[in-house]
Design a protein around this ligand. Structure first.
Ligand SMILES: Nc1ncnc2c1ncn2[C@@H]1O[C@H](COP(=O)(O)OP(=O)(O)OP(=O)(O)O)[C@@H](O)[C@H]1O
Length: 598
């Protein structure tokens, strides 16, 4: 990502603080408010004018709720239920949180050390954890309390012990991912000791996972503590906690249900508010969830119902984009990545869409077939025409059916777009059979022909190979074969040669150009490199900050660029023997994002 894009993303993130993001989540806010109320109540319970929670009054036993002097009635020994409830909640929350903290600290230390050290240390530690996990957790907790003897503290230890594996496994998994990352290797090379690396490099990265696991298991631990007390193994009479109150009220379930319902409702409120708050915290701490990226995206990009729909100015073109605006929802706001883009590509023409990283090229291209993930993506304005048909107005099923048939995409890194578990020939066959009714043998034959057409040597044999067995250039050729499979009217090639070396890049460009001319397809070629544009494109549209700033024939733009941004982009093309142009550009980046592009 360029400095410009990075700054934009950082600014966008900073605009919505973690608090605002949390408060945007209504359920999490409700959980937070409820928990805060309960927390305040139990914190100030010693100051409240409540009767002694343990003082019995047999004459007052089993009084109903709203009885004078006993708002929530009394229990079987005449004790005030409200007073016992608040004191009991205090105990349950304290034990639940203490157990969470102990499990989090011990489990995280085990997880970090095992994940970082690896080898035998990891093996020994994790097999110990596996042994703990091999027992049903409640039986294990019961066994621990049985061994230590009943009591609130022993229940706390038992609950903490049975929850250690959850933290250890989660944290180890994340630590494994970081232990051999470049920044950790760099810290090692700089002479840092293991402890220092663990504390300054690994811990800050796994901390969100620890907090997320704590917030999602705290409610569970309060429930488990209540479970042990319910069985008589936690709080001992006369001390109240929510579980013991529930256990004692069980005998009067039919004669005086309020005795057990009141602590039951309190347990429910605490656990549900902790769970929804925990989910909210997880969403805020996980940057992917924050933008809604892991929410299951819809099959097509959301299109605003009140969007403007400009008419098609170039009906003869294969693809016309008119006044397109695509953005991403962040909380209640929508940040536009594409602002009023209008483009057209005629049959047999290659239009280059050029701009630096983050300028909105891919988002514009993905909008064509409604491929921008929603949430968070949304098309707020504009129209897209394939010939005379407005794509965004098509029913979802029709739009989905046009993908690959009328518009096909070739992406930058075929290793991430090809399925690693299927032979490449089968993947080309799939692209064919998605839109054509052909028998299996015919389909296989066509796939081999396509692979041969795009220049894969020994296509028949290579069709049985998996993506990892091909070179980068060959994989990209497979991507092109898949795009050609259904003779689309338009091909969108999104930086298809960026990951390839110069010679392979030249061959792929030539292949694309020849195939496109031969088949009369319209090609929208996305790139950030004017060198590539000069080799393949008839016309160029220059994009900056989501807008088209200049359009023209490749010759015109290259020889006489009008916009200062286009001039800077052209100046970035390195020339053999000179390093200044490149350095000029880099200096621009470091001088500040607005100076990169005047
Ligand atoms: N899923 C997303 N959520 C939020 N913002 C996004 C998302 N995808 C892209 N963007 C933003 O949209 C803007 C345009 O991104 P886009 O991928 O179109 O850039 P690009 O010009 O294709 O860059 P590159 O050449 O690096 O692929 C960027 O600022 C990016 O941060």
């Amino acid at each position: 990502m360029s400095a410009l894009a990075e700054t934009t993303a950082a600014e966008a993130g900073a605009r919505l603080t973690s608090w605002q993001l949390l408060l945007n989540n209504r359920l999490a806010t409700a959980g937070l408010v409820l928990l805060a109320l309960i927390g305040l109540l139990v914190m100030f319970v010693p100051l409240l004018p409540l009767p002694d929670p343990d003082a019995t009054a047999p004459a007052m036993r089993l009084k109903p709720v709203l009885e004078a002097g006993h708002l929530l009635g009394t229990d079987q020994l005449g004790r005030d239920i409200l007073s016992r409830l608040l004191w009991g909640t205090r105990v349950s929350i304290a034990v639940g949180f203490a157990a969470t903290l102990i499990a989090a600290i011990v489990g995280s230390v085990i997880g970090i050390v095992a994940g970082y050290a690896g080898g035998r240390t990891d093996n020994v530690m994790m097999r110990g954890i596996d042994m703990l996990m091999a027992f049903p957790y409640i039986l294990l907790a019961l066994a621990i309390v049985a061994a230590l003897g009943p009591g609130l503290m022993n229940a706390l230890y038992a609950i903490a012990v049975v929850n250690i594996p959850f933290f250890a496994r989660n944290v180890r998994g994340v630590t494994l991912g970081y232990a051999h990352r470049e920044f950790v290797d760099a810290a090692r090379l700089s002479g840092k000791g293991h402890l220092s690396i663990l504390l300054s490099e690994i811990l800050p990265n796994v901390l969100p996972v620890i907090v997320i696991t704590m917030s999602t298991t705290a409610g569970w631990m309060i429930l488990e503590t209540a479970g042990l007390s319910f069985l008589g193994l936690g709080a001992q009479p006369p001390q109240a906690d929510l579980g013991s109150m529930l256990g004692e009220g069980r005998a009067q379930l039919f004669t005086a249900p309020h005795v057990s319902i009141v602590p039951g409702v309190m347990i429910f409120l605490i656990v549900i508010s902790l769970n929804v708050l925990g989910d909210g915290i997880r969403d805020v701490l996980d940057p992917r969830l924050r933008s809604g990226a892991l929410a299951r995206p819809g099959p097509v990009t959301e299109v605003a119902s009140d969007r403007s729909r400009p008419a098609n100015d170039t009906p003869e073109a294969s693809l016309s984009i008119e006044g397109l605006e695509t953005g991403f929802r962040r909380g209640r706001k929508t940040e536009l990545a594409v602002r009023g883009v209008s483009l057209h590509v005629e049959p047999g023409e290659c239009l280059g869409l050029i701009g630096e990283s983050g300028s909105g090229k891919s988002v514009a291209a993905l909008s064509i077939m409604g491929l921008v993930a929603s949430p968070p993506g949304v098309i707020t304005n504009g129209a897209i025409y394939l010939g005379n048909e407005e794509v965004l107005a098509l029913p979802q099923t029709k739009l989905i059916a046009s993908r690959g048939r009328r518009v096909a995409y070739v992406f930058q890194d075929p290793l991430t777009t090809l399925h690693p578990m299927y032979p490449v020939g089968r993947q080309v066959e799939e692209a064919i059979s998605a839109h054509q009714r052909t028998g299996a043998a015919d389909c296989r034959k066509k796939a081999v022909e396509l692979l041969d057409k795009v220049g894969i040597p020994d296509a028949r044999e290579r069709a049985a190979h998996y993506p990892h067995q091909l070179s980068g250039g060959q994989r990209q050729r497979v991507g092109i074969a898949m795009a050609l499979a259904n003779d689309p009217d338009v091909i969108v090639a999104d930086e298809p040669t960026t990951a390839l070396d110069v010679t392979v890049q030249a061959r792929i460009l030539e292949l694309l150009r020849n195939l496109q001319r031969e088949r009369g397809m319209a090609l929208l070629f996305i790139t950030h490199d004017f060198g590539v544009v000069s080799e393949i494109c008839d016309r160029v549209a220059v994009m900056k900050d989501g807008e088209i700033v200049e359009t023209g024939s490749t010759g015109e733009i290259l020889t006489d660029p009008q916009h200062p941004y286009t001039k800077r982009l052209i100046a970035c093309v390195p020339e053999l023997g000179t390093g200044e142009r490149f350095l000029d550009r880099v200096a621009g980046i470091f001088a500040g994002r607005r100076e990169v592009v005047p």
